[in-house]
Design a protein around this ligand. Structure first.
Ligand code: IPD
Ligand code: CA
Ligand code: CA
Length: 267
């Protein structure tokens, strides 16, 4: 597959950061048994990965802005282009030695998402997408699943937990969805949840309380794989509202309707 110069830049940055992240992941397995645990070490690994990503992306496109989870917002001289980066999505998994986490990089141009790269160093799955050019898992073209029946669908979600999110609302939504589907999953990395919908592994996905860097690259992938993605009210304010629902056209609208009936769509 011939990659564009833009995707090449994003992939090279992801692969470079992945090398340290993978080494650190190996170290985390040793630290599990220590009393202090690996929490501080993981925070440092996260920051290290973001520094590498930022350095690589700035080197390739010095004028672009940068929004990263760990380093905040850096204005570029070019106001129309901005990287949106999560250096480690799935931190809790990483911390617990669960090999399901990813580096997520998106490029936003004039406020529109135009390219996304999501890379899980633990299994070497590289997801790439550019607006108008399709979505890929390594060299394989991606397409959302064609399933139309909720009773056959496997749906991914996020779950509110201690100190985060509206637990009562989360329970209502789960209760409404679980009785209608073939399976519910909570894997713990929003970028990969979206990538899995793009790959047809999950039929749909929803989550609340997300940040732009959790969703940005996955949104590009999803759209390029023929999927539908909106906020829980059916609009395109995913970043502003922090919630998202995604799937093929049928699954997306069915799931959105179910969630609305369950609890109310407003953030
Ligand atoms: C988290 C993951 C998780 C989602 C959380 C996110 P982090 O990102 O994407 O799946 O449920 O809301 O904050 O903290 O691991 O980068
Ligand atoms: Ca994240
Ligand atoms: Ca993160």
């Amino acid at each position: 597959m011939l990659q564009s110069p833009l995707l090449n830049v994003m992939i090279a940055a992801a692969r470079k950061a992945a090398r340290t992240l993978k080494r650190d992941f190996g170290e985390v397995e040793h630290l599990q048994v220590s009393l202090k645990g690996p929490a501080n070490f993981v925070t440092a690994a996260d920051r290290r990965a973001e520094e590498i990503l930022r350095a690589e992306l700035v080197k390739a496109r010095p004028s672009y802005g940068f929004l990263g989870e760990e380093g905040g917002h850096h204005e570029g001289t070019d106001k129309s282009n901005r990287w949106v980066v999560d250096p480690l999505d799935g931190t809790t998994n990483f911390l617990h030695s669960i090999p399901h986490f990813a580096i997520s990089i998106a490029l936003e141009r004039e406020g529109a998402l135009i390219a996304g790269v999501i890379y899980n160093p633990a299994n070497d799955e590289l997801y790439t997408a550019e607006r108008g050019k399709g979505a890929f898992l390594n060299d394989k073209r991606l397409r959302v699943a064609a399933r139309k029946l909720m009773g056959e669908a496997v749906i991914a979600c996020g779950l509110p937990h201690q100190g985060r999110g509206d637990l009562a609302l989360g329970r209502k939504e789960i209760a409404a969805v679980q009785e209608k589907v073939a399976g519910l999953r909570r894997f713990g990395a929003a970028s990969l949840d979206l990538a899995f919908v793009a790959a047809g592994r999950f039929d749909a996905y929803w989550e609340r309380d997300l940040s732009p860097w959790d969703m940005a690259a996955g949104i590009v992938l999803l759209r390029e794989a023929g999927g539908f993605v909106t906020d829980l009210d059916g609009g395109q304010a995913m970043f502003a509202k922090g919630h998202i629902v995604a799937g093929n056209e049928t699954m997306h609208s069915q799931l959105q309707a179910m969630l609305k009936a369950a609890g109310g769509a407003v953030a």
